[in-house]
Write a protein that binds this ligand. Structure first.
Ligand SMILES: Cc1cc2nc3c(=O)[nH]c(=O)nc-3n(C[C@H](O)[C@H](O)[C@H](O)COP(=O)(O)OP(=O)(O)OC[C@H]3O[C@@H](n4cnc5c(N)ncnc54)[C@H](O)[C@@H]3O)c2cc1C
Length: 328
């Protein structure tokens, strides 16, 4: 069986950018993705300006700009009583962008494939074993082998769950998301609207569609949906995407799970905690240099969890793995 240098579980922005940078570093990278792309993802669809430099390194910033999108020039915060505070956003090339995740994620995954990553869509990881290398099993009965495992499988990460690393949900929340017709005169703004039962995020994603998110507690989410139906004149049969549980404590940050199995081999489990999940700093050094080579120990297997911390719309390119994953 072929042994990959890196197996990346999940082909969202974290997984595909990680795969691309691994491929650029000459590593044999495998991406296992449950869905077939293009697919939508529950998200506000807003791309924070701090992403542009990563997309540049990734070689796709112009292609992202060429996708149907909206440039956002302000953010409006609407209080429960209807009062609104408007804050200007940066303008120019590196402005805040919004675009559908189906387009963005598909482009990134294709880029990873073009750069040489081996990408398998429609492949759900169901089991992991670690005996020197990682053995990864899928729902379809296939198995793969890799020296390093990257868990980039999102908020309710299977990788983290299978390794008993997934924190319990803290406060139960549910999110609904839909693309609906863009209301006339909505403008080029992103709106965060606070409501009695939760909150709503709204942003145009192109000339004709609005991304509408609703976040609330399970017992009150239907009230939020009714509010949206009235407010945006949408019908009760509007299809919504959903994600639950929504709120978890973050997976702990890097280097907290090193353990020595006393056989002279050391398993290193590291965590990259990132926001929207661009994962720019996993490099050849991460994988090729035996973990702890500088420390006089030998690592046989590693795991990196690219677990998003919150549904923050900011800083999604920041990776907190300074020591081990610094840029080359
Ligand atoms: C309501 C809401 C609004 C948000 N709005 C914004 C926003 O406007 N801007 C922003 O920057 N962020 C926003 N976020 C956060 C953003 O969506 C996430 O940070 C981002 O999707 C994380 O990317 P990722 O690649 O880590 O994971 P994901 O995008 O979740 O990708 C994980 C991938 O792993 C795959 N996968 C899962 N399990 C398996 C498995 N067992 N085997 C194989 N594949 C698997 C999934 O199919 C998926 O494609 C929002 C989140 C929510 C919930």
């Amino acid at each position: 069986m072929q042994i990959f240098d890196v197996a990346i579980i999940g082909g969202g922005p974290a997984g595909s950018s990680c795969a691309a940078f691994c491929a650029l570093a000459g590593l044999r990278a495998l991406v296992l993705e449950r869905e077939k792309f293009p697919r939508e993802k529950v998200c506000g669809d807003c791309l924070n300006p701090s992403c542009w430099s990563v997309l540049e390194r990734f070689g796709v910033s112009q292609q992202v700009r060429n996708l149907p999108h909206s440039r956002l020039d302000s953010v409006g915060f609407i209080a429960i009583d209807g009062n609104e505070v408007v804050v200007d956003l940066p303008i120019g090339d590196d402005c805040e962008f919004s675009l559908k995740r189906s387009l963005f994620d598909d482009l990134l995954l294709k880029r990873a494939r073009d750069l040489g990553a081996h990408v398998r869509e429609g492949t759900t990881v169901t089991a992991l074993a670690n005996s020197g290398n990682w053995k990864i099993e899928t729902a379809g009965g296939e198995s793969f082998s890799a020296r390093t495992l990257v868990g980039a499988d999102g908020r309710n990460s299977t990788v983290a769950r299978l390794r008993n690393l997934l924190p319990r949900p803290t406060r139960e929340r549910v999110a609904l998301q839909a693309h609906i017709p863009l209301p006339r005169n909505f403008g080029r703004r992103v709106v965060l609207q606070f409501l009695q039962e939760g909150y709503s995020g709204q942003a145009p994603v192109n000339e004709s569609e609005l991304n509408l998110c609703l976040v609330g507690a399970p017992p009150t989410i239907s009230k939020l949906r009714k509010w949206a139906e009235r407010h945006f004149e949408i019908t009760p049969d509007q299809p919504w995407r959903t994600i639950t549980p929504l709120t978890r404590s973050p997976v702990p940050c890097a280097h907290e799970n090193d353990h020595d199995d006393r056989s002279g081999q050391r398993s290193t489990i590291s965590f990259a905690r990132i926001h929207l999940g661009l994962c720019p700093n996993v490099s050849r050094k991460t994988v090729d240099q035996p973990a702890g080579a500088r420390r006089g120990i030998v690592a046989t297997c590693r795991i990196v969890i690219c677990a998003c911390r919150s549904n923050s719309t900011s800083h999604f390119a920041s990776v907190h793995t300074k020591n081990r994953f610094g840029p080359q």
